[in-house]
Design a protein around this ligand. Sequence first.
Ligand code: NG1
Length: 466
Amino acid sequence: MNSTAEAWNDRELQRAATLAKHVRSIVGADSRIFAARAPGRVNLIGEHTDYSGLPVLPIAIDRSTIVVAAANSDREIALSNLDPAWPSRRFPISKNIEPYPTGDWANYVKAAVQGVIDHFATRGHAVDRMLGATMLVDGRVPPAAGLSSSAALTVSAAMAFMAINNLQLDGIDAATMVARSEWYVGTRAGGMDQAASILGRRDHATFIEFEPLRVYPVPIPADAAIIVADSRQIADKSGTVRAEYNRRVVECAIAARILGRALKLDNVRILGDVIRNFERWNSRDLLRVLESNAPARLGADLNEAAAILDESRSALENDVLGVGANRIALDSNRPLEILRRTRHVLSETERVMLAVEALKSGRLREMGDLMNESHRSLAEDFECSTAQLDRLVECARRGGALGARLTGAGFGGSIVALCESSTAARVVDRLRQEYYANLADSLPFEESCAVLHAGDGASTIELAAA
Ligand code: NG1
């Protein structure tokens, strides 16, 4: 993983120095101090595809979380945050770290530490020899806005904990290790956020493939500008949004199994497993197979799905809902939308492949069209847009954006818009006048809507003694 200071700008180095001063005042001036920075991300295209093991095209953004850490002798993580809204926490290092109640910010750090422990314990490192850490966090990725502040926190905390314990991993292994960290907090997320945060590259989008994880940087044309605008509708991952998200994970998994059975493929769990069996495929043909083997909607009690798959319902439940504390609870009053969700995921995958080519050859208009189509598909088939997100997207397009779409899980959060650099100011202005001017809150506009740049992925440095 990147361990040079190149990825740090002066402001970030300054932030790290400020954090280090606080940490030294706790642990003493002689301690070795490490600083890990991890950026948030914005996804250009490839939404709700990662947990099906299908590709995405995000950028790491130039907004980051920094964790400064020093070893302590208590075998504990003593955690605090520069922002007093996030209370200090302290927890012991152990093989199985119990999560705090749902919604506690420190669960992301617990997830990170647990991820590192799991990874290295299975490779012969004794957990009872791992050192504790005093950690101070400064997060500048806006939370609940679709910019993956949670991945920025998890990645920076994992890297800081690794640095304290002199544990090393390359970027791909680190991204694989932390990919599942959101599972700890109950969201069945794919690995996009962590991979983008770790493996992003300045001025490039990152084409990410899963299983196995592979990344390819795609240069962003110099005349392109990327605008991110927060709807200010909170997409709170610890409540209903998590239930909606996990529901879609289940819908996609059931569709994959039905396709796998219909096509006589072995070991299919996710839609990516289906596609990896074919050198060439297209969404239309696969949707036809799905349509002729299952109704478009299935009962949420999984009886019908189990009958189609010729499996016992309890085995299917254990497979797709999971077992234990984080088992997904489905609202049984609504049917599972098998066909529409699959139509989104497969067509989105086709769009991602086209988007990579469009971006590579500087065809911004085509890239914009693909983003518009992605939004339509997310709104109509995946049903994860909201009236606010739709309005923001419309405003951006009216202002001259070549394309605009919701980014992240949706159900609130942000949109991303692509435009020519020369039109960026006009688009931002339009959003200000048509969307933000009508909002009742008094949050500064600049915090919600900005031109963002693709920045470097995460890295760790050791800070010189005071
Ligand atoms: P956001 O909403 O930005 O956190 C979520 C998932 C991603 C991906 C997108 C949808 C989490 C932490 N991340 O992103 O893995 O599935 O939704 O493409 O849930």
